[in-house]
Design a protein around this ligand. Structure first.
Ligand code: SF4
Length: 102
């Protein structure tokens, strides 16, 4: 899953949060401490919840655009989001360069 827009218009809306599949679950599942052992199990379980979440894209875009460093958001771990954020930032820079050059 990738971030589709440069600046989503809905990322700060409260609406998507209300529809999240994790809304009634223990937040510790989505914010485990560390990335190995028990945390690995929690991350996998959180990702499974995210995989069926109706607002997964909005959640991921919010996390990427607001640089949420910790936890599972939009079905992506911290490391996975770092990669997506780097790609997103590169696209932003390229778009800015193209705009300035035009
Ligand atoms: S994608 Fe995952 S973390 Fe985001 S709202 Fe849905 S269940 Fe929660």
């Amino acid at each position: 899953m990738a971030v589709t827009s440069l600046r989503p218009t809905t990322w700060n809306s409260e609406e998507w949060r209300e529809l999240g599949s994790c809304r009634t679950l223990d937040t510790a599942l989505f914010f485990p401490i560390g990335q190995t052992g028990e945390a690995e199990v929690k991350i996998a379980r959180a990702k499974k919840v995210c995989s069926a979440c109706p607002v997964r894209q909005a959640c991921l875009e919010f996390a990427i655009t607001t640089n949420q460093e910790y936890g599972v958001w939009g079905g992506c771990s911290e490391d996975e989001r770092r990669v997506l954020r780097r790609e997103w930032r590169a696209r932003q820079r390229a778009a800015r360069k193209a705009y300035v050059a035009s």
